[in-house]
Design a protein around this ligand. Structure first.
Ligand SMILES: *Cc1c(COP(=O)(O)O)cnc(C)c1O
Length: 347
């Protein structure tokens, strides 16, 4: 970690209009954010079940318990009615995940948090560049975390960042990402390091390396091009599926949302494996984002048995190719094949 990291952080700070810190992954960003507000053993954090396992692992890494919640079937973000039922005296924070780049109803999440005296850590790994009510995600809110892993809206190879206006959070994370060594960040930025130091808290080796930062800096320059491509491809998919009654699209305004993934919902999709096999035969890779985390052995808990929508939605979702190296022709090809296969097979 050295000067390039400082340069990348300055550029991100400019982009979001407030303090940004880089770490070596999005998962690390979430974990350190939780720890910076004192979340630890005995605490609970509300999180939608349908998310990447990184969100759950980041919570359990602190010693706290991830409390799985339902998703809203319309946009696959956290269901606040269910979250409300799951509040206990141990609940410290809520971690909304901006599924596929769409922040859902962020205002109601912040109202919910305020009412219940919870901190908010936005898992914005999918939402780099997205806006909510004309405000850039990350430019406001309690603590907002991004990922720069290889497939995200921008990448640094691996990496992540934390954006917040809370100086205590920023100062804590500056130390905790460098093994808890106090005030080492500023030395590293100028090619030095601390030799005499104190450590008062558990820390981790989660800093971003100069090489990752150098990649991130170049990616950020290209972000406008990436964003426009992702948005126009998603709009094109929407259009190509508009005549297909079997396919439900996630409705959102792609002038504000920069989509990380493009997901369709196919009611009663019983033969997803067959469908995916047929797509692969046409050289089209598809994905499934995500299996509900409350069903995983490590996170299972009987109190999550009432979760139904997350499971139903999981059964019916399919992720189609979406990245800046695609062309309009590719999108047409993918949509055409999906439309044909859905007519052919009794899904
Ligand atoms: C990618 C991702 C993360 C974690 O980011 P990494 O950089 O891979 O550690 C967290 N949450 C969600 C929803 C993600 O998609």
């Amino acid at each position: 970690m050295g000067e390039e990291v400082k340069v990348f952080e300055n550029k991100l700070t400019n982009f979001f209009g407030r303090q940004s810190l880089c770490v070596n992954s999005g998962t690390a960003a979430l974990q350190l954010s939780l720890q910076s507000i004192g979340v630890g053993p005995g605490d609970e954090v509300l999180i939608q079940s349908l998310t990447y396992v990184a969100s759950f692992q980041a919570i359990s890494a602190t010693g706290a318990k991830p409390i799985a919640c339902e998703v809203n079937p319309l946009n696959l973000t956290i269901d606040l009615n269910d979250a409300q039922k799951k509040i206990t005296s141990k609940t410290k924070a809520i971690m909304p995940m901006h599924y596929s780049g769409n922040p859902g109803n962020l205002e109601s999440i912040y109202n919910f948090a305020k009412k219940n005296k919870l901190r908010v850590i936005e898992d914005a790994a999918h939402a780099f560049g997205s806006s909510y009510k004309d405000r850039l995600i990350g430019s406001f809110g309690d603590i907002v975390c991004f990922s720069f892993d290889g497939i995200k809206n921008i990448t640094s190879g691996e990496g992540g960042c934390i954006v917040s206006s809370d100086n205590k959070v920023i100062e804590r994370i500056k130390d905790s990402r460098l093994l808890g060594v106090e005030k080492d960040s500023d030395k590293r930025y100028s090619g030095q390091r601390s030799w005499e130091f104190d450590v008062k808290r558990q820390g981790w080796r989660y800093h971003m390396s100069n090489i990752m930062a150098a990649i991130g800096i170049e990616q950020l320059k290209k972000f406008d091009i990436f964003a426009k491509k992702r948005q126009s491809f998603a709009k094109q998919y929407d259009q190509l599926f508009s005549g297909n009654k079997k396919i439900k699209i996630l409705k959102r305004d792609y002038n504000n949302v920069v989509p990380h993934i493009y997901v369709v919902i196919i009611d009663n999709l019983k033969k997803r494996d067959l469908l995916r096999k047929k797509m692969i035969e046409k050289e089209i890779q598809t994905g499934v984002h995500y299996a509900p985390n409350h069903l995983l052995t490590f996170f299972k808990d009987n109190s999550f048995n009432d979760i139904v929508n997350a499971k139903i939605m999981y059964d019916n979702i399919l992720t189609l190719p979406l990245h800046p190296d695609l062309t309009k022709k590719d999108i047409t090809y993918v949509a055409k094949n999906l439309n044909i296969f859905l007519n052919d097979i009794e899904h």
